[in-house]
Every structure is written in structure tokens, then in C-alpha cells.
Design a protein. Structure first.
Length: 146
């Protein structure tokens, strides 16, 4: 009887470890690319492809009261983005990307933003999440900060 309890306890501990490793691997699989500006430049362009259901993540360092503009284009007009303020963190919820943090008005989940422009409320690292509205999306994201 005691042996059965130890076996069950060992199995539960092993299963917990496996589930933790799987959850950690899911979060780690999202590669976050910083968008860097050439010296003296106020504009940067990144290009990529997102497969249906996936997202591309980018960060942009910016200061409070700077003006930032983002515009995404794609041949099939099916690439969109979300823009999150400093402190936003990508997390895995049921193996799907969920961003914990505040999005900027007009560029949140469900807004299907293709362009955004505004004065930045805080200094820090902004998070841009690019995805497709249908199928795979080839995109070109233009970022300008002044």
C-alpha cells in the first residue's frame, strides 16, 4: 500500500515537471525581435511572413511624448498588428499567445489595426504583435518615431 502511494506520488511529481517544461517551451518558442533604427534614422522597416494562427513579435524602444507611427501592408491585405505599452509580456494560455499588458487605443486585440499613429504615454519597450486575419500573411511593417 505504501509502495503504491510512493509510485503515485512519484508519477504526479514527474507529470508536473513535464507539464511545466511543456508550458515553458511554448512561451520560449515566441521569438521577440527588437526593431532597431540606423544611426540618425527615424524610420525602420521589417518584413516577414506569419503562418495562419501564428504571430511575429517585435519590440521598439521609445520615450514618453515621442510620436510613433506604424503601418503594415501585405499583398492580400490580411496582415494586422497590436501595439502594447511598456511592461507588456507575452504568455502562453492553452498553448496560444496571450499578451498580459495594456494595448494602445485603436491597436488592441480585435482592432485589426493596419496603421496607428499617436503620442506615446510612457518611456520603455513597446511590444508589436503581427498576425494574419485569414491564411498566411506576408507583410511589411514600417515604424517611424519622431
Amino acid at each position: 500500500m505504501a509502495s503504491d502511494r510512493r509510485s503515485i506520488s512519484s508519477f504526479c511529481a514527474w507529470l508536473s515537471l513535464v507539464l511545466l517544461l511543456v508550458a515553458t517551451a511554448a512561451v520560449a518558442s515566441w521569438k521577440i525581435e527588437p526593431i532597431r533604427f540606423a544611426p540618425g534614422a527615424s524610420r525602420a522597416i521589417v518584413q516577414g511572413v506569419v503562418v495562419r494562427g501564428d504571430q511575429a513579435l517585435y519590440t521598439i524602444e521609445a520615450k514618453q511624448d515621442q510620436h510613433m507611427s506604424l503601418r503594415i501592408t501585405s499583398p492580400e491585405s490580411n496582415a494586422v498588428f497590436q501595439l502594447y505599452g511598456p511592461g507588456a509580456e507575452p504568455q502562453s494560455v492553452d498553448s496560444l499567445l496571450h499578451v498580459e499588458g495594456e494595448s494602445l487605443p485603436g491597436a488592441g486585440e480585435g482592432d485589426d489595426a493596419m496603421q496607428w499613429s499617436g503620442k506615446l504615454p510612457r518611456s520603455g519597450r513597446y511590444l508589436v504583435v503581427v498576425g494574419g486575419t485569414r491564411g498566411n500573411a506576408t507583410y511589411r511593417l514600417r515604424v517611424e518615431i519622431r
